[in-house]
Design a protein around this ligand. Structure first.
Ligand code: TMP
Ligand code: ASP
Length: 234
């Protein structure tokens, strides 16, 4: 598939047009940012690792009946994806208190939630991706009721599938963020699923094996991403 014009560059990925108007090439970069890109760095080989991890997880989800933008992996850093219109909402699912939820509610990290929590954040860096609810989303026309129902249904199902999958790899899925896009009248999963977008803790030691190592300067960031890839592909 030939790579044509670059149409987007985000913090971790670039998108290119292809000769097929319905398909794009998604390229994963090694750049890492945190706190609305006020912290910047590079995680060596992150792009290669996240491309392969996303391929595996999108494949797993498709098999379980979740439609995704994934078509196929092209090489180390690129995958072919469907061209979607991103719904400007970040969907977060939390199984264990960490990060933003610990801060928002003054809670200790590590509390196991009685049931998964779904959060919507409005995707707008200059507002720091504020927490919003389904009433905001519907009232402002960000998504329709039917789209939101689909998004919530898919998100909880993805949580079930990924919880089981990561558990089989001795990893705890603490929380994760999803993005959805519109494609030919339907909502499908887009973006990526990787240690950039999931908190993953080792089941035995509770060691953090995700982007929190970069956010919090914990060291061995690349090693943690490599370890997740090794376990996932095992
Ligand atoms: P949070 O606790 O900081 O809200 O993060 C929740 C999950 O979402 C965590 O697994 C990391 C992921 N995440 C992103 O993918 N992108 C972001 O910009 C942020 C803030 C979090
Ligand atoms: N990538 C996000 C940013 O730079 C934040 C994060 O993942 O923590 O805003």
């Amino acid at each position: 598939m030939q790579k044509l014009k670059q149409i987007y560059e985000g913090k971790a990925k670039k998108l290119y047009e292809t000769e097929n108007a319905d398909l794009l090439i998604q390229e994963f970069k090694d750049d890492a940012t945190a706190f609305d890109a006020t912290k910047r760095g590079t995680i060596m080989n992150k792009g290669v690792i996240n491309n392969k991890l996303s391929e595996k997880i999108f494949g797993l989800l498709e098999k379980a009946g979740i439609p995704t933008h994934f078509e196929k992996r092209l090489n180390d850093r690129e995958m072919l994806v469907k061209k979607v219109k991103i719904v400007p909402i970040e969907v977060t699912i939390r199984n264990i208190v960490a990060g933003g939820m610990a801060k928002l509610l003054g809670l200790e990290e590590g509390i196991i939630l009685k049931e998964p929590v779904l959060e919507y954040h409005y995707k707008e860096d200059k507002l720091h991706d504020p927490l919003i609810n389904d009433y905001h989303i519907k009232a402002l026309g960000v998504a329709t009721e039917k789209e939101l129902e689909t998004i919530a249904k898919y998100s909880f199902k993805i949580n079930e599938i990924l919880n089981k999958f990561f558990d089989s790899k001795s990893l705890i899925l603490v929380d994760f963020k999803l993005e959805f896009g519109r494609y030919k009248g339907k909502v499908i999963l887009a973006d990526e699923v990787s240690p950039d977008t999931c908190r993953l803790w080792d089941k035995t030691t509770k060691e953090k094996l995700d982007k929190d190592r970069f956010r919090r300067d914990l060291g061995n960031v690349e090693e943690a991403y490599q370890e997740v890839l090794r376990r996932v592909l095992e």
